[in-house]
Design a protein around this ligand. Structure first.
Ligand code: PRX
Length: 664
């Protein structure tokens, strides 16, 4: 933990005032301002929301008559596609570049760079919306699935769906067939949009083949639209599959589709995310509250201005990309970079060359990316000019102070703001940051900072009481905020149970955190069975389910272990089916099997074969015991009791499991 002295490190004085519009204030002053924002209640958010263009203003700021199913800006009518596209295309930004897209293929330079102005984007979004409406008959109440690489069609389809009031669900293109099928079935999507393939590290990811496999077990998909990206032959099923460029060629160039006046509390999208148990949860976000939070945080966290070139290095398949590639920056009329491929392909400095060539001024990246760059060495950065960058943030997992210092020095030149914004799929946008309003508070390496204006965050103990400063507890959000979920799709009870039941009336996040004397939060990691592998959120349960689908596996327990670059990776303990011999290649076979069936983001440090797993009397795996053994920690570290098991039983189980592991 950083000490008070470190707050006064020169870097906070060296922040170049010309680079930031925000006022740099003391944590104490910010905490006063923050308190005043909370004193206003939900009405605080009205002045932010008023800056959006509403078709019809809201009548009630917050409807809290049926908690925890809160509704924001009730009575208001709005459209996210109108806010992001029409507003700019019909105004003075029409010829401003909205997207600078760069494809991955490279020979002496990027092979493809495409710039789309707001007017271009408006035309494309309208034509696709026309297609969805006229050709496929989609409208309010319908859902489309999107499984695309990072190409302009991805935001275009999201915005076209939003225009029609059609909800969409994007599946990260690194997920496998099973994940696509599960999500399409749960969301009851009628149309799936995909591509023939996508480029990743110089290789084609065969997205259409994966879709074909997924569609063997989907129930509702009737049509598939295929974007031609990589150009290889793919199977096209007659009556079901069509190429986008072919159907689009029949749509008039100047097609216009009136944006639907959707209700503020209508669903904008469903995004699936991992939890402790069961299949991923479909988090449903609304339109009005979500867009309000994004407007606030684009201004506060990123101090976005018209002269900026914004680059968020995440994939649109995750919430970071939904909020801070698609809806946030475009709503603000920013110019942004959309990059298709791996940040270190074909060389470790690909990402720096993007910053340099496109003059990126606001950079949003992840601790795993930074640690990977660190591993390659600073020479890859220093050979480029990164002086265009004036503000940076990271997201997705805790940032270790060494990585923070390294990046702050090399890219930040020790004079620009650099923070670690905390939020999650469920929160819709950034809730904790060192730029939490039109203010900046002093940075500390590794911290997340205070909550943004209008957001009440706290740290609770097991009894649901706030813990004293510098004490570890559970991060909670004590009041509803715009951008919060509407529900879990088709499972409102689960929404109540997962988020609102541990501490009734308060949103339970699932992270451990500490609040320091300055009111800064330090998020320590997940408090549940959710892993963050390279910032990707994966449930241990999902990896266990993937493992036991292999014919050789009878039972499996997966836990997270620390990793110097990826933050965390998985370690598996597997009981093989009777009669299976432990062949030397079986471990690699299982790892490969999971990569193929779940997705390449599932990275195992080790797979152990054991004959027994530590279990409670009722047969539940004692995860803390498994984790203690995997991480080499002692019994003392497993102070919280596993349900139903006594300390003695845990001790015994730990001993036995250690011996079991030695034997195998
Ligand atoms: O554990 C926290 C971690 O990421 C989780 C949320 O993951 P996801 O829904 O995939 O969204 C990630 C991007 C918004 C949180 O519960 N997390 C996210 N940002 C940070 C973080 N942990 C520490 N510091 C962060 N800045």
């Amino acid at each position: 933990m950083t000490t008070q002295e470190e707050i006064n490190l020169p870097f906070n004085e060296m922040i170049e005032p010309k680079l930031l519009r925000h006022r740099v204030v003391s944590p104490q002053l910010y905490s006063e301002i923050h308190k005043r924002s909370l004193d206003q209640g939900p009405q605080f958010w009205e002045s932010v929301a008023r800056e959006l263009d509403w078709f019809k203003p809201w009548e009630k700021t917050l409807d809290d008559s049926n908690p925890p199913f809160y509704k924001w800006f009730v009575g208001g009518e709005v459209n996210a596609s109108y806010l992001t596209v029409d507003r700019h295309a019909n105004g003075w930004r029409r010829n401003k570049v909205a997207l600078i897209w760069e494809g991955e293929p490279w020979s002496d330079g990027p092979k493809e760079v495409k710039k789309l102005t707001y007017l271009d984007l408006y035309r494309e979004v309208n034509r696709v919306a026309y297609l969805l409406k006229e050709e496929y008959g989609l409208g309010r109440g319908d859902t489309v699935g999107i499984y695309l690489p990072m190409i302009p069609e991805l935001p275009i389809f999201m915005l076209a769906a939003a225009r029609l009031g059609v909800a969409f669900t994007v599946v990260f293109s690194g997920f496998s067939a099973q994940a696509v099928a599960d999500r399409m079935n749960d969301a009851e999507a009628k149309l799936l949009v995909t591509a023939d393939g996508g480029w990743r590290r110089g290789k084609v990811v065969p997205l259409k083949d994966i879709v074909d496999k997924a569609l063997e077990s989907t129930k509702t998909i009737r049509n598939v639209l295929v974007v031609r990206r990589t150009g290889q032959e793919v199977r096209m099923e007659k009556g079901r599959d069509r190429y986008l460029h072919e159907v689009l060629s029949k749509v008039p160039q100047n097609a216009y589709v009136e944006p639907e006046r959707v209700k503020s509390e209508d669903p904008l999208y469903i995004l699936y995310t991992s939890g402790t148990t069961g299949k991923p949860k479909g988090i449903v976000h609304d339109v009005g509250g979500y867009m309000t939070l994004l407007h606030a945080t684009m201004k506060w966290a990123f101090d976005i201005r018209d002269e900026d070139v914004f680059w968020c290095t995440a994939d649109i398949g995750w919430v970071t990309g939904h909020s801070y590639i698609v809806f946030g920056p475009l709503m603000e009329g920013a110019t942004e970079v959309l990059y298709e491929g791996a940040l270190d392909y074909p060389e470790p400095d690909r990402w720096v060359s993007i910053v340099e060539r496109h003059n990126v001024s606001v950079l949003y990246t992840s601790p795993t990316a930074i640690r990977t760059f660190m591993k390659y060495g600073e020479q890859w950065i220093t050979k480029h000019d990164v002086s265009s960058v004036r503000l940076m943030h990271s997201v997705g997992e805790p940032i270790n102070p060494e990585a923070w210092r390294w990046f702050f020095k090399l890219v930040g030149k020790e004079r620009i703001p650099f923070g670690s914004t905390w939020w999650m799929t469920e929160t819709g946008g950034i809730l904790i940051t060192v730029t939490p309003g039109s203010y900046m508070v002093p940075m500390k390496p590794g911290t997340n900072g205070p909550p943004i204006l209008g957001v009440a965050a706290n740290v609770y103990n097991d009894e649901g009481k706030p813990v004293p400063e510098e004490t570890k507890g559970y991060l909670v959000i004590e009041r509803p905020w715009p951008g919060m979920p509407l529900t879990i799709h088709r499972d409102p009870e689960r929404y109540v149970k997962v988020y609102w039941s541990k501490f009734p009336g308060t949103f339970y996040v699932g992270d451990y955190a500490v609040k320091d004397k300055d009111g800064y939060f330090w998020i320590l990691g997940r408090a549940d069975e959710v892993l963050k592998i390279a910032g990707h959120r994966i449930g241990t349960y999902e990896l266990e389910s993937a493992l036991i689908q292999h014919p050789a596996v009878a039972e499996a327990a997966v836990v997270g272990v620390p990793d110097p670059v990826r933050g965390e990776v998985a370690e598996a303990f597997v009981i093989l089916r009777g009669g299976t011999s432990v062949r030397p290649e079986l471990k690699e076979e299982l790892a490969k099997f999971v990569r193929e069936n779940y997705g390449p983001i599932a990275v195992f440090r080790e797979i152990h074969f054991v004959n027994k797993l530590p279990k409670t009397r009722s047969g539940k795996i004692m995860r803390r015991v498994v984790r203690a053994v995997a991480t080499g920690s002692e019994v003392g570290d497993i102070t919280t009791l596993e349900d139903e098991a006594s300390v003695e039983e845990i001790r015994k189980a730990l001993q036995e499991f250690k011996e079991e592991l030695k034997r195998t």
